[in-house]
Design a protein. Structure first.
Length: 85
């Protein structure tokens, strides 16, 4: 489709701190920095996925802001208790 008019640019996955910062910058009210880092890791550190998640969380009326924070808190609690599910 793009032919010779496009260049392929390989982008490496973001490390947890960098991906977390992208999410915090995009949606500072959506949760903690730690939750943002965990979400970035769950997204594989893929820059486009992290960016899209940040935009979605920052959207006015996003019902996922508090829901996501609650789910991540529950997940972290399970991990600390030795359960992964």
């Amino acid at each position: 489709m793009w032919g010779g008019r496009a260049d392929l640019l390989r982008v490496a996955p973001l490390a947890a701190p960098g991906g977390g910062q992208v999410l915090v910058d995009a949606a500072p009210e959506a949760g903690t920095a730690e939750a943002a880092e965990r979400l970035s890791v769950r997204l594989g550190g893929l820059p486009l996925a992290v960016h899209a998640a940040g935009r979605h969380l920052a959207a006015p009326g996003s019902r996922y802001r508090t829901s996501l924070a609650r789910r991540w808190a529950a997940h972290a609690k399970r991990l600390l208790n030795g359960r992964s599910g």
